[in-house]
Design a protein around this ligand. Structure first.
Ligand code: GLN
Length: 224
């Protein structure tokens, strides 16, 4: 956990610590040997190489961003060069267009539809190869997930499944509608670190351990 204490280092990735899967992202970054920290106040954002906006509830996250005046700070740091990865609710916050809703940060040209698979009970797991990320299948966890319906021409589709886009990126923003932090796979976190110009320890395998996915991720959390 010592790596989480690194402050104001441009070699760090921050995880927006307002609501949602914060601990799980930090855990994956730490396993890759990357400096990471929780971010929720202006100073925390200084000189971050990248920011992860976790999954959770996008309406709640958007309100908290407004209440704590963090939207302007994130936009300022983004224009300074900080890369951003949004998972699920995080992807919704990054979209320029949200079906029947207002956009929040609007940093990637795409249209996204919230809760597009149905209710929480329609959550599911799957797997797919994402060629840009690697040649091994990646486990995919969809929790009351959105669907990306279309992307603009400067946005690269990383994964398309049936009628929807599940992962995409532009030069500075990565979006996934699934949750890599809730699987035993580090491949997407490694991919984002490289996008941020950081080098995860190469010898660390992408699969955390063969039994990881048989655990409940809620019980997996290490609470002191
Ligand atoms: N359905 C949620 C929303 O609209 C997203 C769910 C998630 O992040 N797993 O914000």
């Amino acid at each position: 956990m010592a790596l989480h204490l690194v402050k104001n280092s441009s070699a760090a990735i921050g995880v927006l610590d307002l609501q949602g899967g914060v601990h799980e992202h930090l855990d994956h970054l730490e396993r890759l040997g990357l400096a990471s920290r929780r971010v929720k106040q202006e100073d925390d954002f200084t000189a971050l190489a990248g920011l992860i906006i976790p999954g959770g509830e996008s309406t709640c996250l958007a309100r908290l961003l407004n209440i704590f005046s963090l939207k302007e700070i994130i936009l300022k740091e983004f224009h300074r060069g900080m890369k951003i990865w949004g998972t699920c609710a995080g992807a919704i916050l990054l979209a320029q267009k949200v079906v029947n809703d207002q956009p929040c940060l609007g940093l990637i040209d795409m249209e996204i539809e919230r809760n597009s698979f149905g209710s929480q009970l329609d959550s599911f797991v799957s797997e797919a190869i994402i060629e840009a990320v690697g040649d091994e299948p990646i486990p995919l966890t969809f929790i009351r997930a959105p669907k990306i319906l279309r992307v603009g021409k400067d946005v690269k589709i990383l994964l398309k499944i049936n009628d929807y886009i599940a992962a995409a990126e532009n030069e500075n923003v990565l979006v996934t509608v699934f949750h890599p932090e809730l699987t035993g796979c580090l491949a997407l976190h490694r991919y984002f670190a490289l996008k941020c110009g950081l080098k995860p320890t190469a010898s660390i395998p992408n699969n955390i351990d063969p039994h990881w996915e048989s655990y409940s991720w809620t019980r997996h959390s290490r609470i002191a």
